[in-house]
Design a protein around this ligand. Structure first.
Ligand code: PAF
Length: 266
């Protein structure tokens, strides 16, 4: 395992690997790796000769009132998890390496991402698209792995890769869940035991609505109401949004102060 902290090192390592005939898999993360990340890394390891995991808490995608400073970080543990999952490289740059002149003068805006997460977190997807564009530029031709838990983000990244002609195949991977259905997320570490229990409301609401849809309920307003009612019954939960999109149910809920998102096929 090699741990790199400079973009030019990453570029050189991956260029050298490809020159020697290797295929490259890229797993962009903000660290504090959990089983969901482990599944992305293992999928990449199965499909590529060399897997690089990036660990970078990207300030651009946090709003002024969000949890940037408090976002959980543990690089030593991340390196261990990535190594166990079979990655060959971890790229963990400091902010000054990614944004040497401060906030970048050039950012990427992907059209059509202004609703749901885009509406609740203004500027979030510009931050995501900008850092992912930088990572794709540094990595060069590769497959890049993203979780379906961040459903809207996956769409943004696919559009980014296609519209800007990055030589990157974007691979979406199924959400990894705890035994009670809670989607794995670094933010779950903020939950108190009571909040952790309450957080199961997201999966309960989504799976009840998905069941109703598969049993023939086809009015999106009724499906949405099912989710809203289930969330309303959980005292520690506050709904941010519940949406029904073609073939996808999406939820954002605050459990105490922790904002969680999840989604399920309808
Ligand atoms: O999903 C994440 O962890 C981040 O949004 C990403 C894609 C690594 C960009 O910072």
């Amino acid at each position: 395992m090699r741990v790199l902290d400079r973009g030019d090192q990453l570029r050189k390592e991956l260029e050298a690997a490809r020159a020697a005939g290797a295929t490259v898999g890229l797993v962009p993360t903000m660290g504090y790796l959990h089983r969901g990340h482990g599944a992305l890394v293992r999928r990449s390891v199965a499909e590529n000769d060399l897997t690089a995991v990036t660990v970078f808490v990207n300030p651009l995608q946090f709003g002024p009132a969000e949890d940037l400073a408090a976002y959980p970080r543990d690089l030593a543990r991340d390196v261990e998890v990535a190594t166990r999952a079979g990655a060959g490289l971890v790229f963990a740059p400091p902010v000054e390496d990614m944004y040497p002149a401060g906030p970048p003068g050039v950012t990427v805006h992907v059209a059509g991402a202004d609703d749901l997460e885009g509406a609740s977190r203004p500027g979030h997807f510009d931050g995501v698209a900008t850092v992912v564009a930088k990572l794709f530029n540094l990595a060069g031709p590769c497959r890049a792995y993203f979780g379906e838990k961040d459903w809207q983000q996956l769409g943004v990244v696919r559009r980014l890769a296609a519209d800007l002609s990055f030589p990157v195949e974007v691979v979406g991977c199924a959400t990894v869940r705890e035994a009670d259905g809670l989607a794995c997320s670094s933010r779950n570490s903020y939950l108190s035991p009571a909040e952790r229990q309450a957080a199961t409301v997201l999966y309960r609401a989504l799976s009840t609505a998905a069941l109703a849809a598969s049993a023939g309920e086809c009015d999106p307003a009724n499906i949405r109401r099912l989710m809203v009612n289930i969330v309303a019954k959980e005292p520690l939960a506050t709904l941010d949004y519940a949406e029904v999109r073609p073939d996808r149910l999406l939820l954002a809920v605050r459990i105490g102060t922790v904002r969680l998102i999840d989604n399920l096929g309808a």
